[in-house]
Ligand binder design. Structure first.
Ligand code: URA
Length: 243
């Protein structure tokens, strides 16, 4: 048995808080009866409708994909481009957690668990994501300092980041580096460097929290192990600290 709002969130209907609003508004029926009681207990056998439509009760699945270039992260594309979800062989209807740009490669999580996706995307405690990149120009120590401390992007200061420069090519005028950020705003990494006029020419996400791609090659995916899902949840809820 589980709380109704939890089941709705897990089915990807909405966040848990929004699901509570649906319940309050009388939009949710259990076995034909409108339920407005918060915390109402339901089991797998109950028929649950939202706005008179049954919710899907699929098995929850969690994958990591090594996203190649030229793959998009939305599930529908009017231009017919390859979607990240289509690269993962599974029966459930999964969707990516957050976005990697069309030309960005690397670690992408996919799931059919809406609540888990919300936890990863809007955590109280922010999970570090690690990116490797090349940019045009030689990154200066002062810019590193400011980027690590936080800069104003779209009216909001970025959270503290960590930068490790791995190569400065003075002939090609190119810097190779690693950056760890705690947020997942749209085009965040590219925008952070563009703030100081550096154009990112290659972007790869090598890590999501403690998760790495391991031996996966571009286009390959694997299911997350139950302990990995559990640890990600604990990280998102600030129950364990990252290394
Ligand atoms: N930041 C970006 O700018 N692009 C990505 O794909 C991911 C993070």
């Amino acid at each position: 048995m589980d709380r109704l709002q939890k089941i709705l969130a897990q089915a990807g209907i909405a966040s848990r808080r929004k699901s509570e609003e649906y319940i309050k508004e009388g939009r949710v029926k259990v076995n034909g009866e409108v339920v407005t009681e918060m915390g109402f207990q339901v089991s797998k056998k109950d028929e649950i409708l939202v706005d008179d439509k049954p919710i899907l009760k699929e098995n929850k699945v969690y994958y990591m994909l090594y996203k190649p270039k030229k793959v998009i992260c939305t599930n529908n594309d009017d231009k017919g481009r390859v979607t990240a979800s289509s690269l993962v062989e599974c029966e459930e209807r999964i969707f990516p957690i957050g976005r990697l740009d069309y030309d960005t490669t690397g670690l992408l999580l996919l799931t059919n668990d809406g609540e888990f996706a919300n936890e990863m995307a809007h955590p109280r405690y922010h999970i570090f994501k690690t990116y490797q990149l090349d940019l045009k120009g030689i990154l200066t120590p002062e810019h590193i300092r400011q980027l690590e401390k936080g800069i104003m992007l779209d009216g909001k200061k970025t959270l503290p980041a960590k930068i490790k420069v791995t190569n400065k090519d003075f002939e090609k005028k190119q810097t190779t580096l690693e950056i760890k950020i705690q947020e997942g705003r749209k085009h965040q990494v590219k925008k952070m460097f563009l703030y100081f006029d550096y154009k990112v020419t290659r972007l790869h996400r090598s890590q999501f929290g403690f998760l790495t791609l391991g031996s996966l090659t571009p286009g390959q995916s694997r299911r997350l192990k139950p302990f990995e899902v559990k640890k990600l949840r604990a990280l998102a809820n600030g129950e364990v600290l990252e290394d």
